[in-house]
Every structure is written in C-alpha cells, then in structure tokens.
Ligand binder design. Structure first.
Ligand code: NAD
Ligand code: ZN
Length: 381
C-alpha cells in the first residue's frame, strides 16, 4: 500500500509499505478514505518529538471503511464508515473509565502521562498512523464511531481531533455567560476553540496570531475579534487595556511551534531553539488572564519542562487546565452541534492533496504557504 513515510526532520515521502494485519482479536483494519495533517504532526516533522523512528507513518486524524475485524470485535461490522479518534484507548483502564481517553494506561504503558496516539512516535505507543491506504486500529470496539448517514465526510474527518480539541479547550476554560475569552493561535485548533467558545456562552472572543490570512479567516468564520501580535507593543498590555485593566476571564493556548521570536528570550535572557509549544504564548496567557481566571492549554509542549511564570499563577490565583483531547467522550455532543448547524468544521479545509504528494502537503502546511489552514490527504482509490 501507499503510506506517508518519515525519513528524518523535514523529510517525508510517500512510499510502499505492507498492508497492516490484525495482530490482536480486538483489532480492526480500516481502509482510509481521508486523513489530515495536524499541527501536532509538524512537531514530528520538525524532529522535535523524541523517538520518532525513520520509516514511521504519521497520521492521527483519519476516517475510513472497516475492511476486516478481529474475532473479539462486537461493535463494528465490515463496510462501516468510521470516525477513528486520535487517541488509542483501551476503554477499560481507570483513566478511560473516567472519560480520560487521552490518558489511557494500557495503550501506552511506558509513558508517564500521554496515552497511545496513532502515528505519533514511540513516546505515544509507536502505532503507525492513517496517512496511508490502510491502518490497524487497536481496541476497535472503543474508539471508532460510525459516521451518521447525513454527515459530510469532510466534517467527519475533523471530528477525529481538531473539533474535539478546540471544544475541549473551551470546555476546560470553564467559560461562563458573558466571559471574555482570548485564544492564542489561529491554526485549526485555535479557530475551532474560538468558534466553540461561543457555544459555552462567551460574550467576547479575541484571537491572537501573526498570520494575517488566518486572522482574516477566523474573524469571519468564528465572528470574533482577531489581532496580530507583531503589530502590538505587548499583547499582555493590549489585552489589559481592552478589558478595563481586569484581564481576560479565560485564556486558551492553542499555539503550535512558537513564532514570536524573541519575547521569552527577553524575559529569560536565554536563547530558545525551535520548540514544540510556545512558552511565550503561555507567558502571555498567564499574564493577561484576570485574577482568579483560567488558562486552558491544548498546545502540545515538546520539552516537558518549560519556564512558566509560576509566581504570577500563585499571586493571581489562576487555575491552569491542560490535556490531550478525549475525543470519544466528546463525539456525541459534537455530532449534535454539527447536525444542528452550530458547528461547520469543513470550512477550515483549504487543501485537498493526493497522498502521493504528501511531501508537498507537509511543506505547505509547515511553512504556512498558499493561505493553508487545514490540508487533507486523499489516498488513491
Ligand atoms: P498550526 O501550526 O496550524 O497553528 C498554530 C498557530 O499558532 C499558527 O497559526 C501560528 O502562527 C500561531 N502562533 C505561533 N506562535 C504564536 C504566538 N506566540 N502567539 C500566538 N499565536 C502563535 O497548529 P494547529 O493544528 O492549530 O495545532 C495547534 C497546537 O495544538 C499544536 O501544538 C498541536 O500540537 C496542538 N494540538 C493539541 C491537541 C490536544 O489534544 N491537546 C490536539 C491537536 C493539536
Ligand atoms: Zn491532530
């Protein structure tokens, strides 16, 4: 089969690979019909995630048709069209039972925190991903969810990650009626976090990024305010000024690799290397949220130790909430929101690329070329 193949930092290609087989009675084999490239894939692509092995196939956002099922699988049948959550989750451990599917203990017992993730290095279980024609889906009775007949498959593929992640970012923010919510990052995750903030009753939503085309998009798509941090002297000051010096009620960190340059360098005097996550945006969020406010983090942080202004967290009485999204827990209500027309995720798809051209798609998405917001990959039919 054709599959995305990692060769090393900034080097990926489409290559032939054996079709995966059922390894456990609870597995299914899914024939992929669409997959996406995510901001999280860019951390792998940039070589920032430890133990990302050459030859691995990325892709944790995919939908497809059930091709084969193991002898224990009860909830799926061959031919079902399924949304496959990015979390590989056993459904039985103490964490899954609490709905923490992103922190499953069985699917990645070696890691200290994260559960298994499709196509996300051996630190997340080493599962091959769905940027391929076929993928092995472990615990097939747990994650995969049949796509409703009425649903557009472009919406369905975005339910595997970025819609639940944006929604969970807003949910973790504990947004109350009339709250001012600031979202850092206008990538797919930040755009959907801004959109979902209204569903929780936000009174004002502000998005901060530096890419004008994404700011233009989010203004229209999420009907929010959007500002360029490069045209501000200091985003923290700006947010304070625009909130009567109180600060935002909720700040959401939905940043991928930091693009701010030297802001944190100025604070710490240390030179920062390219990194996953943005310590700068985290500073901005902590320093611009009001006293007693909530900072919700869904941006992925490569180094597990980061410089956080913990004194300000304590003195202001801030609550910090963060996690990988638990996709399966959120799917029923997100499907309802789409059916009711309150969410229209597919509008963020800007590029539709044949899987053969996966290298171009990574380059365009990584370098933010051609007004790219969300690229999807189409396997050969
Ligand atoms: P993306 O790379 O498309 O978008 C990130 C945006 O952040 C870009 O538009 C970039 O210009 C902007 N940015 C960079 N530095 C900034 C700064 N200092 N302040 C404000 N904006 C800044 O990525 P994406 O697909 O939207 O993903 C965003 C993040 O969410 C990534 O870190 C990704 O790994 C993470 N993620 C987490 C989960 C989860 O479950 N927690 C799921 C999916 C993605
Ligand atoms: Zn993703």
């Amino acid at each position: 089969m054709l599959a995305m193949n990692y060769r090393g930092p900034f080097r990926v290609r489409a290559a032939q690979k054996p079709i995966p087989e059922i390894l456990h009675p609870s597995d299914a084999i899914v024939r992929v019909t669409r997959s996406c490239i995510c901001g999280s894939d860019l951390h792998l692509y940039h070589g920032l995630v430890p133990d990302t092995r050459v030859g691995m196939t990325f892709g944790h956002e995919f939908i497809g048709v059930v091709e084969e099922i193991g002898s224990d699988v009860q909830n799926l049948k061959i031919g079902d069209n399924v949304i496959v959550p990015f979390n590989v989750a056993c459904g039985k451990c103490a964490f899954c039972k609490q709905g923490l599917f992103g922190n499953c203990h069985e699917s990645n017992p070696e890691a200290t925190a994260v559960g298994g993730i499709f196509g996300y290095s051996h630190t997340a279980g080493g599962y091959d991903g769905g940027q391929a024609e076929f993928v092995r889906v472990p615990y097939a009775d747990v994650g995969p969810t049949v796509i409703p007949d009425w649903m557009d498959h472009d919406d369905a593929v975005l339910l595997t990650d970025v819609v639940p992640t944006g929604y969970q970012a807003a949910e973790m923010g504990g947004i109350k009626q009339g709250d001012t919510v600031v979202v850092f990052g206008a990538g797919p995750v930040g755009i959907l976090a801004a959109k979902c903030a209204w569903l929780f009753g936000a009174g004002r939503v502000i998005v901060i990024d530096h890419l004008e085309y994404r700011l233009d998009f989010v203004r229209k798509y999420a009907q929010c305010e959007a500002y360029n941090f490069r045209s501000m002297k200091d985003p923290v000051l700006f947010i304070k000024q625009t909130t009567d010096w109180f600060g935002a009620d909720v700040c959401i960190d939905a940043v991928g690799g930091d693009a701010s340059g030297s802001a944190l360098q100025t604070i710490t005097g240390k030179k920062l290397l390219l990194q996953a996550g943005s310590a700068t945006a985290l500073h901005w969020a902590i320093n611009s949220v009001k006293k007693g406010g909530i900072v919700s983090i869904v941006g992925v942080y490569g180094p597990t130790d980061n410089l956080v202004p913990i004194g300000n967290v304590v003195n202001k009485g801030i609550t910090i909430r963060a996690n990988q999204a638990s996709v399966k827990r959120l799917l029923p209500r997100l499907i309802d929101h789409i059916q009711a027309g309150r969410l229209n995720p597919k509008e963020i798809i800007t590029h539709r690329v044949p899987l053969e051209e996966v290298a171009d798609a990574y380059h365009i998405f990584s370098a933010k070329l051609d007004n790219c917001i969300k690229p999807i990959l189409i396997p050969p039919s």
